[in-house]
Design a protein around this ligand. Structure first.
Ligand code: AMP
Length: 394
């Protein structure tokens, strides 16, 4: 059993809260506070319940060394602004000074620890680092869904130092959507995938061939599958090392007839907007061109399947959406999902690029659920146990 936050008596307790404040920073400012805002219900509940709150997070990949570019100071300022209250900050997460700040906390106060990944022990799940970190709290609460698929010190190793441990509201909400979908999805169930890299999504495709009614694949990753089917895709993105596994997936899906690839692609010779782009059928892609978005026939075909679906899980843009010349397919399908969600479709979107595409299109609030964890949501949906959740079982 994993305990939810509201099962604990938090009054005057030191609550050590793991969050995901891995937010984009420009200069010394947070440019997108989505992840910070998502943790506010948990933070406010702790403060209102009289806890002394110690917050910890990672940011970026500083490789176990202090690096000013990855400081959590800006995230702390953003949190202080959102809560309209001062926050204590320690420049090292396990120093004696940081422990003194924690011990001096009063009920209703917050102490934010500096980036956990400034210590190599965090990613290595080092037992000594876990023990040092654990000294900050009486109760351990994990609300960092974005890292729940990693076995790190602050979310896995630390847990064995606590008899009082559980999940915050954000993880609880993610589990409510994602686990329910795994167990009993309203059907037809459709998986919509895109993005550049196929390797991180192979297990997901494999699992969903067994459970989904439709699997729609666009984005750069579709070209590896199209190549495995014998199409020549010009200069488009193909992961040669994954052709044989792609062939196996196509074979496996034949019995179910549920794996659908693009019919056409918007191709260009370069990303230069003055150069012509054109839609080609996937059997007629010129050798010297690159497929950078799904074409209109694919958009129409994928939309018709979404229109008939009761649940759609979406991960990854259908084209190079950052460039306005190649965002059309992603935009049209996001709009289709938004319209169907209004009529009762359960739409679950996940992954950093999917979230930023939705934000670019002003549709981020139009999905039933926008997951804060790309990798974690993929692993959970692939039927795997997330190590950070397993560590919290009591
Ligand atoms: P991923 O991290 O694998 O989800 O990939 C996300 C990235 O895939 C985004 O930055 C998109 O620009 C990129 N992408 C989507 N479609 C294509 C494509 N056809 N060719 C190259 N990159 C693409």
């Amino acid at each position: 059993m994993i305990k939810p936050l509201n099962a604990f008596d938090l009054k005057n307790k030191r609550v050590l809260l793991r969050v995901d404040f891995n937010v984009p920073i420009e200069g010394d400012r947070v440019v997108d506070d989505f992840r910070i805002k998502q943790t506010l219900p948990t933070i406010k509940f702790c403060l209102e319940s009289g806890a002394k709150l110690i917050i910890m997070s990672h940011m970026g990949r500083p490789m176990g060394r202090y690096d000013n570019n990855f400081s959590l100071m800006a995230a702390g300022e953003s949190l202080a602004d959102l809560l309209e209250m001062p926050i204590k900050f320690s420049s090292d997460c396990i120093s004696e000074d940081s422990r003194d700040v924690t011990l001096g906390l009063k009920s209703g106060e917050i102490h934010l620890l500096e980036n956990l990944r400034f210590h190599s022990g965090e990613s290595a799940n080092d037992p000594e680092f876990c023990a040092e970190l654990a000294r900050h709290g009486d109760i351990f609460i994990n609300d960092a869904f974005g890292t729940a698929h990693r076995s790190h010190a602050s979310n896995v190793g630390i847990a064995k130092h606590f008899s009082h441990k559980g999940i915050g509201f954000l993880i609880e909400k993610e589990l409510n959507f994602l686990s329910k979908i795994i167990s009993k999805p309203p059907r037809p169930l459709t998986l919509l995938l895109g993005g550049a890299k196929i390797d991180s999504k192979i297990d997901l495709i494999d699992y969903f061939i067994g459970v989904a009614d439709n699997i729609l694949i666009g984005g750069g990753m579709a070209f590896t599958l199209l190549t495995a089917k014998g199409f020549e895709v010009g200069n488009s993105l193909v992961d040669q090392s994954k052709i044989s596994i792609a062939t196996e997936l196509i074979e496996k899906a034949k019995a179910k007839n549920n794996l659908m690839l693009p019919k056409d692609s918007i191709c260009a010779r370069s990303l230069d907007p003055t150069k012509a782009k054109k839609a080609y059928h996937v059997s007629k892609m010129p050798k010297n061109m690159t497929g950078l978005d799904i074409g209109p026939k694919t958009t129409e075909f994928f939309s018709s399947i979404i229109n008939q679906s009761k649940t759609v899980i979406w991960n990854g843009p259908l084209g190079m959406f950052e460039n306005k010349d190649f965002c059309e397919g992603t935009l049209k399908l996001a709009e289709c999902l938004a319209q169907n969600t209004e009529k009762g479709l359960i739409s679950i979107a996940g992954g950093g690029d999917t979230a930023s595409a939705l934000r670019n299109f002003n549709l981020e609030n139009k999905m039933s659920h926008l997951s804060t964890g790309g990798g974690a949501s993929i692993e959970l949906l692939s039927g795997k146990t997330l190590p950070a959740l397993f560590a919290l079982e009591v």
